[in-house]
Design a protein around this ligand. Structure first.
Ligand code: ADP
Ligand code: MG
Length: 933
């Protein structure tokens, strides 16, 4: 380090850009910064370039930031120079992240730890290297909030009042602040953690408060050579996490918040003023307003004073933050122009000795360097090329990878579909097979019946054959009926999809089948009954024929038996007579006569006996027929009761069905009603969407118009500037018109710039909305759901909604169109931002007032401005009264609309209830008709 360098060194400024955070990505933000490889340069928009000492792009790790930017300060610290690290930037740009302001000791080994923990680690490493020095390390941690200093290391409740003193010898002193002596890195980290937690506890919403407060972590290092009391060196390191630099109007602060905002602005504002005063060459030597705020007072030594200072300007790359980013970059650019004069902090008595000693040391170091040579410095271009190559390859691979995974997911989807189909086919197959089985059973039944017929044929009397024929006919009929029923059953089941088992259609079909089955049974029963009854009747008739025969027979039998008895008697008499006659031979002739008579009688008797037998046989036959008749009658009775039961069952069943049907119909009605309501809602949504779309379109058109206006204004401005040069010296009467031209144009530029800003904001909002919608649609697509009615739809029509089958395709189409729209917005945003950048230029703002150089010019400018103000105020007042009128009109219209709506809804309700009633009546009629038929 040469003597000249020691005297004046600029504040070092690094710019650090964080990556897009997920919120920004979700809102569809684009990166608006370009980094020049190998150069510490960043380009905003198309051509606005800023150069700093270092520029860290989003890929830069914490370690690199520390090693390249912070580490040199630490070497200075150990050599006795004060050092300060300031993190500047809007809220959310990465200040706390870069500084390590949320560090806890658990994160010790993580690569994301920020500057402060790394500084602590380094300090203790250096300390352990210097064996011949004694170190005294003291830390303090404070926060400036609302222009008040809060001691973050003071844990007691009644904190002492803290004030700032300026000591001509020691510089700035903070009286009443806790200064903790620490011996180990662990202790120092403990202080950091304590302070961080106090910051958190001190406010309900950490981020809200931390974005409005400045946090300063100070390490003071006292070095003393062992055994040499005079050789004392004290150096201080401030590590500052500044409040968010965003402009206050953006956060819409009010009341207390506004007061708070103003005080914070006081800190950052005076910091800005200090930086301007120090950085502006033309204001050299003028007053620097350090005393305007606590922050600048505390940092007085670090800015333009006795310190090596590093500013880390943190920015977000998102185009939605472009204005704040530009502000930060400008601020940082000014800071770079500050020149500091760091000096060693040593005891004045020992200064001379120290200086000499250091000279010797430095000479020794130089000698060492001269002997050993200097280590080569890496140039960044070659590795950068390599890196870009690798990045390119990586990108290619990633592209392929995503393509492959897309294909894979498609294949998986198809396989799943196939599986589903296979399962469905199997189910249908099973059903068919069971049907087949049933049909087979029916066929077997038929065979059985035929067998039965055959046996009956054998058993029953021949006269029953006709009955059997009838039965056969019946069976045939029944079979055809049952076949057709089975077929229709199978058909209904096949048609119905597997989940529809419990569906109303299935239930109705089941009911119909049941009814058909039962009526079939009934017919069968009736037929059989009729046959049996006919049979019984016939038998009864036979019986009637038999009855007289029976009595006749019985009488016959009796007479026969009587005659058999008389004949027997006669026979016995004759035998006796014969025997007595044997003794009397004279009576031989008579006995011969008697013998003959006997024979005759015997013959008669046998004949009569035979007749008797026949008669009893007949009687037996009659008895058996009576028995079978009784059996038949019994059967008939049983069948009759069965028939009654069946009929009752049928009735019950149809009653049940009727009730069920009624319920279902009611449900259907309700569903219909719901559907109608949904359709109405959808229509409303559609209408809303149309409205939204037209608003969007209008906004876009307006933005385009604003863009054009701004462009024209800029064009005119440059023309005016040209002209001005020409007519510069053309006398006083030219002055007025020239000034007027210029001024009005200037106003036009300003107004259109503001307009453009407003439209820019609108466009950013729109893009956010579009991005949200896209992500919602994507989620739906992934989940394979139907679109929820709540989702705001931009391009979906009802017709599309109804075609659920093409839903996926339509969603992806929508996503595509939304993406195109988003791309369009992004392009428009970039374009408009570029214009605003051109218009809102530092140089131009300064130039603006330079063009008024004389009182005459100033007076005419004022006149013009006055006229403009009056005109615009008058116009404003007129517009306001018109607005009032329109508002009143609107209110009237709304009232009318409200009344109409009420009327309509009451009519609608009436209509609905009528509809429901009619529908119910109709259903009842249908049911009645059915049951009666
Ligand atoms: P600030 O303190 O400026 O308000 P933070 O440091 O809290 O902002 O950062 C805001 C968010 O951005 C945090 O979630 C933080 O993790 C993230 N972030 C900031 N800088 C980086 C970076 N360089 N790399 C990754 N994430 C970062
Ligand atoms: Mg922060």
């Amino acid at each position: 380090m040469t003597k000249e360098d020691e005297k004046v060194i600029p504040v070092r400024v690094v710019m650090r850009c964080r990556p897009l955070v997920s919120k920004e990505i979700n809102e569809g933000c684009q990166c608006c910064l370009t980094f020049v490889p190998g150069e510490p340069q960043v380009i905003v928009g198309n051509d606005k370039a800023f150069t700093y000492d270092y520029v860290f792009d989003p890929t830069t790790e914490q370690e690199e930031v520390f090693n390249t930017a912070v580490s040199p300060l630490l070497s200075g610290l150990f050599r006795g120079y004060n050092a300060t690290v300031l993190a500047y930037g809007q809220t959310g740009s990465g200040k706390t992240f870069s500084m390590g302001g949320t560090y806890t000791s658990e994160q010790e080994n993580e690569s994301t730890v920020g500057v402060i923990p790394r500084v602590i680690r380094r300090i203790f490493q250096e300390k352990s290297k210097c064996a011949d020095c004694e170190f005294l390390l003291v830390v303090s941690y404070l926060e400036i909030y609302n222009e008040e200093i809060l001691d973050l290391l003071c844990t007691s409740k009644d904190k002492p009042i803290i004030s700032i003193r300026e000591d001509p010898k020691d510089g700035i002193k903070i009286v009443g602040l806790t200064e903790k002596e620490v011996f180990t890195a662990h202790e120092m980290v403990g202080c950091l953690e304590l302070g961080n937690s106090a910051r958190t506890v001190g406010s309900t919403a950490m981020n809200a408060a931390s974005s409005r407060s400045h946090a300063i972590f100070t390490i003071s290092l006292e070095q003393r050579r062992k055994g040499d009391k005079s050789d004392v060196m004290v150096s201080k390191l401030h590590l500052v996490d500044l409040a968010g630099s965003e402009r206050q109007k953006k956060t819409k602060a009010e009341g207390d918040r506004l007061k708070e905002g103003i005080s914070i602005n006081r800190g950052l504002l005076s910091l800005g003023n200090v930086i301007s005063a120090l950085g502006d060459e033309s204001k050299k030597g003028s007053f620097v307003p350090y005393r305007d705020s606590k922050l600048t007072r505390l940092l007085q030594d670090s800015l333009g004073g006795n310190s090596h200072t590093l500013m880390i300007a943190c920015v977000s790359p998102a185009d939605s933050n472009i204005e704040e980013t530009i502000n930060t970059l400008r601020y940082a650019d000014r800071a770079r122009k500050i020149k500091n004069k760091p000096i060693l902090n040593v005891d004045p008595r020992a200064v001379e000795m120290k200086r000499l000693r250091q000279q010797v040391q430095e000479l020794q170091v130089m000698l060492l360097h001269a002997r050993g040579g200097v280590a080569p410095v890496l140039t960044g271009s070659e590795p950068a090329e390599n890196v870009s190559n690798i990045l390119e390859q990586n990108r290619c691979l990633q592209g392929e990878n995503s393509k492959l995974s897309r294909e894979l997911s498609e294949a998986v989807g198809q396989t799943a579909l196939m599986f589903e189909r296979i399962i469905m086919m199997e189910q249908i197959n099973e059903k068919l097979q069971s049907k087949l089985e049933e049909l087979r059973q029916h066929a077997a039944c038929k065979v059985d019946l035929q067998k039965m017929v055959e046996t009956l044929e054998d058993q029953e009397l021949k006269e029953n054959i006709e009955v059997i024929r009838n039965l056969q006919q019946l069976i045939l009929e029944l079979q055809t009926v049952s076949n057709s029923v089975c077929l229709s059953e199978a058909a209904t089941e096949m048609c119905a999809d597997p989940q529809a088992k419990d569906s109303p259609e299935a239930y109705t079909a089941q009911h119909a089948l049941r009814q058909a089955q039962m009526s079939k049974e009934l017919i069968e029963l009736n037929n059989v009954l009729a046959l049996k009854e006919a049979f019984v009747k016939k038998m009864c008739q036979n019986d009637h024929h038999l009855e007289p025969m029976q009595t006749e027979y019985q009488e016959n039998i009796q007479s026969l038996q009587a005659s058999v008895g008389s004949l027997q008697k006669e026979k016995e008499d004759l035998i006796q007579a014969l025997q007595s006659a044997k003794k009397d031979t004279n009576q031989a002739k008579l006995s011969e006569q008697r013998r003959k008579r006997l024979q005759e009688l015997e013959g008669q008797i046998t004949e009569l006996k035979k007749k008797l037998q026949d008669q009893s046989k007949l009687l037996k036959l009659k008895e058996s027929s009576v028995r079978s008749l009784a059996k038949l009658n019994q059967e008939i009775q049983a069948m009759k009761s069965q028939r009654v039961q069946l009929m009752r069952q049928m009735k019950e069943d149809s009653e049940k069905f009727r009730l069920w049907k009624q319920k279902k119909d009611k449900e259907v009605l309700q569903l219909k009603e719901k559907d109608r309501k949904r359709q109405y809602e959808m229509l409303k949504l559609e209408r809303d969407f149309q409205k939204q779309a037209s608003v969007l379109r209008r906004k876009t058109e307006e933005a385009a118009a604003a863009n054009k206006r701004l462009k024209d204004a800029l064009q005119k401005r440059s023309e005016v500037a040209e002209k001005r040069k020409e007519v510069q010296n053309r006398g006083a009467e030219g002055v007025s018109s020239r000034i007027k031209n210029w001024l009005l144009n200037e106003v036009e530029v300003l107004v259109s710039t503001e307009e453009a800003r407003r439209h820019l904001q609108d466009l950013l909002e729109d893009r956010k909305m579009l991005a949200e919608e896209i992500s919602q649609l994507r989620q739906q697509m992934e989940a394979g759901e139907r679109p929820v009615a709540k989702v705001r739809r931009r391009t979906l029509t009802i017709a599309e909604l109804e075609g659920q089958g093409e839903l996926e395709a339509s969603i992806s189409k929508q996503v595509e169109s939304l993406e195109t729209e988003m791309g369009l917005r992004s392009a428009q945003i970039a374009d408009l931002q570029q214009k605003v950048l051109d218009a809102d230029n530092d140089g131009r703002i300064k130039q603006r007032w330079d063009s008024i150089t004389t009182i005459v010019e100033a007076k005419s400018a004022l006149k013009i401005l006055m006229a403009e103000v009056v005109a615009s105020k008058v116009a404003n007042a007129k517009l306001e009264s018109e607005l009032k009128q329109e508002k009143a009109n609107l209110l009237d219209m709304q009232k009318i609309l409200c009344d109409e709506r009420k009327l309509m809804s009451s009519m609608d309700m009436e209509h609905q209830s009528q509809l429901v009633e009619m529908e119910q009546r109709h259903q009842e009629k249908v049911c009645f008709h059915k049951s009666s038929s």
